[in-house]
Write a protein of this length. Structure first.
Length: 166
């Protein structure tokens, strides 16, 4: 009879190795999902933080005001003037910058844009993070994370000179 030496792996051995590799790949992919969302949230906070510089530039170009009358809404920080809305992409000078910030937040959150509110003397900008919380900045140079901008973050309340983020 034939006396053959076995060379190679059996089918069972190959299936076991493939199953182990699949299990390890699944664990890695699950852990990367959280890291991906954390990176997106970090990008949202960075972009929202950039609006503070733009807001101060708007204030400087508007004689120290973050908002003008509705008739001159092309120079406001937020659109429409005086109410909670999105960042103003119609601002005469800084419109393209606001549009880019808005687009970046939408790209990181899959459709939720940044919200903005401004009065002549103060402003607030916030965006929802992938964790469900909100990142909020305001004209008092405060920034923070809040679970509900309408309650503890106060982003939906009237903006006053004493307004602060959490």
């Amino acid at each position: 009879m034939f006396n053959r030496k076995q060379k190679g792996f059996t089918l069972i051995e190959l299936l076991v190795v493939i199953a182990i590799i699949g299990l390890l790949a699944g664990i890695v992919l699950v852990s990367l999902g959280g890291a991906r969302n954390s990176a997106k949230d970090a990008r949202i906070t960075a972009v929202i933080s950039q609006t503070r510089s733009l807001a101060e530039l708007v204030s400087n170009s508007n004689n120290g005001k973050y908002e003008l009358a509705v008739a001159d809404a092309t120079k406001d920080l937020c659109a429409p003037a005086g109410v909670t809305g999105t960042l103003s992409d119609t601002h005469t000078i800084y419109g393209p910058d606001f549009t880019a910030i808005e687009a970046e937040v939408v790209a990181q959150k899959a459709g939720n844009a940044a919200s903005c509110q401004a009065s002549p003397t103060a402003f607030c900008v916030y965006a929802q993070l992938n964790t469900g919380q909100y990142y909020c900045i305001d004209s008092t140079a405060r920034a923070g994370i809040t679970t509900n901008p309408g309650v503890d973050g106060k982003c939906l309340e009237d903006v006053t000179p004493t307004y602060v983020c959490p």
